[in-house]
Design a protein around this ligand. Structure first.
Ligand SMILES: *Cc1c(COP(=O)(O)O)cnc(C)c1O
Length: 430
């Protein structure tokens, strides 16, 4: 595979950006080598600067549930563009996207648009603290909630409830109210509520943790969190930046039929443009400025071009059978790879939920907490990954990243991917 142009572009980029990128995983550090510079995408396929073509399962890290360059999304963007790009005043387009979402979602009554997932979660945590008048936040090891200070925490050693910062530049005071617990362990949550009685504003969780492998939780665990929050007058926040509009239109709340207090969105909601959102009941949302005292604002919030893209995308997600059809193709991909691995006795499995999938180099079909992931097995991923690239399949460049099937992935794409992945596995285990 010729990568000359991507290599030259990366050399240039390294002069401009730290590590040559504007977001760290893009640098390909964990798979070795040089990132591919992408020239264009269409449907399920992308092309790099050297003209190499790939079936893409990164899909911009999840937003592109219809695939690249969807004609309806593009048309909506072009049409919106002809009216100007931004006004800093309300527009009809915000109402249209909000109406579409709220009329088709049983778990939320009011919404506020922001410009990224990070901003959505940061604002949701502030809202929970403002509403409950409590300060502490429970989060789980293995969940990602964006890059604001108080969430850049990893579990401390041993039984310590308070974590240590996972980034330089985060003062200890910023994380002193963040409690980090293991996933799928209700006893640990109950213990934290005993220890910090009446101090916990909220439990924040990715109900489908998909940022550190795919750690599918028992529904009893999620239901248990719901109960604990209700009993203790704390709020349950579902961070649905990945799972929202992905596991179904109503996301994980709909999938598990659990009513969270606040939900956060990003990725799919903007149709490939930068949009995030947080949403809740009318009562809780009334705490947000200018109605209430919890401040939150944004110069480009509700940007009309982004609203138009989000609406055009979500309208298509509402089509009859949309999610079932994605799930069927994702299952087909996973099942065929898992049969191959079982037959050959390979230590590898594909785990899935909805149209999210994750390949783990383990035989364990039930991985539910971060400490169950074998870090050493990631060395296999590098070979595997490069085998896929050579044969025209593009995944996010890290063994901890999940893949996404979009509406644009055809049966032919899926079949080609199955054989490419199975061949790459044969090489890894040869
Ligand atoms: C991607 C993601 C975020 C952060 O969103 P950005 O748009 O990258 O700021 C937060 N939470 C979850 C669950 C995510 O998947």
């Amino acid at each position: 595979m010729n990568r000359d142009k991507s290599i030259a572009l990366f050399d240039k980029a390294k002069q401009y950006f730290p590590g040559g990128v504007n977001s760290p995983v893009r640098a390909f550090k964990s798979v070795g080598g040089n990132p591919l510079f992408i020239e264009k995408g269409d449907g399920s396929h992308i092309w790099d600067a050297d003209g190499n073509e790939f079936i893409d399962y990164c899909c911009s890290w999840g937003p592109l549930i219809l695939g690249h360059n969807n004609p309806n999304v593009r048309k909506a963007v072009e049409e919106a563009l002809s009216y100007g790009t931004s006004f800093g005043a309300p527009t009809r387009k915000e109402n249209e996207l909000a109406g579409l979402i709220l009329n088709n979602h049983r778990f939320i009554e009011k919404i506020r648009f922001v410009s990224s997932g990070t901003e959505a979660v940061m604002s949701a945590v502030r809202l929970a603290r403002g509403y409950t008048k409590k300060d502490k936040v429970i989060k789980f090891e293995g969940c990602y909630h964006g890059h604001f200070d108080s969430m850049l925490v990893k579990a401390g050693s041993g039984l310590a409830t308070f974590g240590t910062s996972s980034s330089e530049g985060v003062p200890a005071s910023q994380i002193s109210d963040t409690i980090v617990l293991p996933l799928n362990n209700l006893a640990a949550v109950e213990e934290a509520f005993r220890q910090f009685k009446d101090q916990i504003a909220c439990i924040l969780i990715e109900p489908v943790p998909a940022n550190n492998g795919l750690l599918i939780q028992d529904s009893e665990f999620l239901l248990g969190l719901r109960d604990i929050c209700s009993t203790n007058k704390s709020l349950l926040i579902f961070d649905e930046v990945i799972s929202g509009f992905r596991i179904g239109f109503e996301g994980a709340a709909g999938y598990y039929d659990i009513q969270p207090d606040i939900m956060t969105y990003g990725k799919i909601i903007g149709g490939g443009l930068p949009v995030g959102a947080y949403a809740s009941s009318k009562e809780i949302m009334s705490c947000i400025s200018p109605e209430g005292g919890v401040y939150q604002a944004g110069t480009l919030s509700g940007n009309p071009i982004a609203m138009a893209a989000g609406k055009a995308q979500l309208e298509q997600c509402l089509k009859e059978g949309f999610y079932q059809s994605l799930q069927v193709r994702t299952r087909q991909l996973a099942d065929n790879i898992n049969w191959h691995c079982q037959e050959k006795n390979y230590e590898a499995r594909v785990l899935t939920i909805g149209s999210i999938f994750w390949l783990t180099f383990s035989k364990d079909g039930k991985i539910q907490s971060a400490d169950q992931i074998d870090g050493d097995s990631m060395s296999k991923f590098t070979n595997f990954y490069n085998g896929l690239l050579e044969n025209g399949v593009y995944l996010g460049p890290s063994g901890y990243e999940v893949g996404f099937v979009s509406e644009a992935h055809s049966n032919e794409d899926i079949e080609k991917t199955i054989s490419t992945i199975n061949t790459a596995l044969d090489k890894v285990f040869a």
